[in-house]
Design a protein. Structure first.
Length: 276
């Protein structure tokens, strides 16, 4: 009886053994689609991640919810201090819409993104705090260099634009702290690192994912001002986004990013409010 090749394999030719149906992977080859620190690869693409950001943030949270809040609070323009409340509610809505998308269409999203509590969560949270301690002075030095560069190019004094309205009362100041220190780090890390960065990183590698998500993170921090001031803030945020992606890559737990971002924003909001 003539032996038959296994299903899917090419038949033997000229007495030579048939090649295997698939070539075995090299032992030292990286596993395709693996996430940071061995996390499972995310199951959404970069275009889908961008679309989710546009729909959940711009359309639903800002246009729909934001319009309702502006009308309810009687906010006439962006200089009204009550815009802080609109930002707080808008970010909470964005977090809710993203959560609905993840729960409905991506079961197991927490394991893929990497949100771990327990002892590991405590360790990674402390590592994130240390990262935040190192991050702020590093970004401050980069900011000084960029400020000198933009002043040289524009020929005008350059500084980052105000990110908070003037003349905040006590409740509005408290709301700005809650937004900057607690809510924004959670929302931004979930989208920009957990969803957007991972959609590229798991398929194209760390640097492309970090640079592209960092660039979009910077663009999202647009503040209307003189062009050199606006561009200075956005460029600083690009470097910040890349650094936060590096923390995520090293720890594989979004908790680290959130605590690093919290500490970074804590220093920033303190300096802003203390200077007034």
């Amino acid at each position: 009886m003539i032996p038959q090749p296994p299903p899917g394999a090419e038949p033997a030719i000229g007495g030579m053994p048939a090649p295997p149906a698939t070539l075995p992977a090299r032992p030292d080859a990286p596993s395709p689609g693996a996430g940071p620190r061995g996390l499972p690869a995310v199951d959404w693409s970069f275009p889908k991640a961008l679309l989710v950001g546009l729909v959940t943030n711009l359309l639903l949270a800002q246009v729909l919810v934001g319009s309702i809040v502006f009308l309810a609070l009687g906010i006439a323009n962006a200089d009204d201090p009550k815009v802080i409340y609109a930002g707080l509610i808008g970010d909470a809505a964005w977090l809710g819409f993203m959560g609905l998308w993840l729960v409905r269409w991506h079961p197991g999203w927490r394991e893929r993104i990497g949100i771990f509590g327990g002892r590991r969560g405590v360790r990674d949270a402390m590592a994130g705090l240390l990262g935040g301690v190192l991050l702020y002075p590093s970004i401050a030095i980069i900011g000084l260099v960029l400020t000198a560069l933009f002043q040289e190019v524009s020929g005008r004094p350059t500084t980052t634009p105000d990110q908070l309205p003037q003349h905040l009362n006590t409740p509005e100041s408290i709301a700005s702290v809650i937004l900057a220190v607690f809510l924004a780090p959670v929302v931004e890390e979930l989208f920009f690192r957990g969803i957007l960065f991972r959609s590229l990183r798991d398929r194209r590698g760390f640097w492309l994912g970090a640079l592209v998500s960092g660039l979009i993170f910077g663009l999202a921090h647009y503040e209307p001002a003189a062009w050199q001031d606006t561009l200075l803030l956005q460029t600083i945020m690009v470097f910040t986004g890349v650094a936060l992606a590096f923390i995520y890559e090293r720890r594989g737990n979004l908790v680290s990013n959130i605590t690093a971002h919290m500490l970074f924003n804590t220093v920033g909001i303190y300096l802003i409010l203390h200077a007034r």
